[in-house]
Write a protein that binds this ligand. Structure first.
Ligand SMILES: Cc1cc2nc3c(=O)[nH]c(=O)nc-3n(C[C@H](O)[C@H](O)[C@H](O)COP(=O)(O)OP(=O)(O)OC[C@H]3O[C@@H](n4cnc5c(N)ncnc54)[C@H](O)[C@@H]3O)c2cc1C
Length: 394
């Protein structure tokens, strides 16, 4: 059993194989030199120096997982059941692809001094002293990473301007009316959010926008999304989708025999939502591996059909989301979005399909279960924020 990529999904796959009773050889190969670690703290505690590291608490040796770090896999030949790595070929019986995603770079700003990305521990360690200097920072992109980085930079005392090409934060992730209240969070924290702001170029000490304005920047942090890290699969014959992701089926099998894919690098068909999903969130890298391990061991083949879940910590708020809202036919608000705590529920034919909770973790916990159960809810009862979500059944 060989797993490529020693991030959350790869590590969890190796661990799940052992937990589910697999006794053969498990080899885990990762390109990064560090002991495998968790990414969410990188934009939170680690950035601010509140935590030194986020290595997974896994005893690889005790579990009999053969860990190869600092070793990049450069290709796979499914016909030969063999991988190519910097240190020579590696044969496999079953292969799991878990190479995650890599940040999209800002065209023209690659390699410019003072321009940063935030994906790896090395990135976070490079950014720590930048925050400590309390200079002017420009963040490109008001997505999840941009918002979390801006939060940390404000906490560290930096002057922060966030430039966003769209008309609101999180434009790719949430509908207009839900994302709109979040724009105020930037100003409340003392950060400047500039929407409709497209970067023309990055110069030493400044970011120049399309409208010609220059924003002083001792450092620039680019958070404009991530793409699956699958370039190494080009020419392998393994099917890749429109976003470069590995196209997996509902058992997380790829188009090649004995090859599975899991985590940020893959998409899967969601039976629950009737469309193919590519989920770049932590919980998917935790749940998917359990399905992969079950399907590899083969005693009870398992379908992968999760209710996606993620959280974000930004501007002093705990934001959580469960489900997938694109097919919803009704939206119900619980509470005032100008206040500190509120939720949004999305319904389809009366059933809860997705929920966003800001500072209302109980809504999230109950909502997640209601989504899973497909319970029909009464929109009027649901709109009362004082009523527990689970008491809003029709
Ligand atoms: C800064 C940050 C903060 C986040 N915060 C949150 C959060 O608050 N909530 C949330 O839900 N999600 C969060 N996420 C998302 C979450 O961390 C990811 O969804 C999760 O890490 C995905 O795990 P993965 O194993 O699929 O991919 P990755 O974590 O990307 O791991 C893939 C690993 O594979 C390695 N690799 C790639 N190519 C090769 C190759 N050819 N050969 C060998 N190894 C290779 C990579 O070096 C990497 O170590 C955050 C992500 C980041 C970057």
């Amino acid at each position: 059993m060989v797993v490529v990529g020693a991030g959350m999904a790869g590590v969890q796959t190796a661990v799940a194989l052992r937990e589910q009773g697999f006794t053969g050889t498990v080899t885990l190969i990762g390109a990064e030199p560090h002991q495998p670690y968790d990414r969410p703290p990188l934009s939170k505690a680690i950035l601010l120096g509140k935590a030194e590291g986020s290595a997974f608490d896994v005893d690889f040796e005790a579990l009999g997982i053969d860990l190869h770090l600092g070793r990049e896999v450069t290709g796979v030949r499914p016909g030969d059941h063999e991988l190519d790595t910097e240190a020579g070929p590696v044969p496999y019986d079953v292969l799991v692809l878990a190479t995650g995603a890599e940040p999209i770079t800002l065209p023209g700003a690659e390699g410019v001094p003072g321009v940063h990305l935030l994906r790896t521990l090395d990135d976070a360690e490079r950014l720590r002293p930048v925050l400590a200097r309390q200079h002017d920072i420009v963040v490109v992109g008001a997505g999840w990473i941009g918002a979390e980085f801006a939060t940390a930079a404000r906490e560290a005392g930096c002057a922060v301007t966030v430039v966003e090409a769209a008309d609101r934060p999180l434009a790719g992730a949430l509908p207009d009316e839900v994302a709109a209240p979040m724009a105020a969070w930037y100003a409340d924290s003392g950060a400047v959010l500039r929407t409709h702001a497209r970067v023309r170029r990055v110069e030493p000490g400044a970011v120049v926008l399309d409208d010609g304005s220059r924003i002083p920047a001792d450092a620039v942090v680019v958070g404009i999304g991530a793409r699956p890290a699958t370039r190494w699969l080009t020419g392998s014959g393994i099917e890749l989708g429109a976003h470069g992701e590995v196209v997996a089926d509902d058992h997380l099998r790829t188009s090649a025999p004995d090859v599975y894919a899991v985590g940020d690098c893959a998409s899967f068909p969601s039976g629950r939502y009737g469309e193919r999903l590519m989920v770049h969130h932590w919980d998917n890298a935790l749940q998917g591996p359990r399905t992969v391990a079950a399907n590899i061991i083969g005693e009870a083949p398992a379908l992968y059909d999760p209710v996606p879940y993620f959280w974000s910590e930004q501007f002093g708020r705990f934001v959580q989301y469960a489900g997938h809202h694109t097919s919803a036919d009704a939206t119900v608000w619980r509470g005032d979005p100008a206040g500190p705590a509120w939720s949004v529920c999305w319904l389809r034919e009366g059933r809860l399909v997705a929920l966003l909770a800001v500072g209302r973790p109980r809504d999230l916990a109950q909502g997640r279960r209601l989504i899973e159960a497909g319970t029909v809810l009464d929109p009027e009862l649901l709109a009362d924020p004082a009523r527990p979500l689970k008491a809003a059944t029709a």
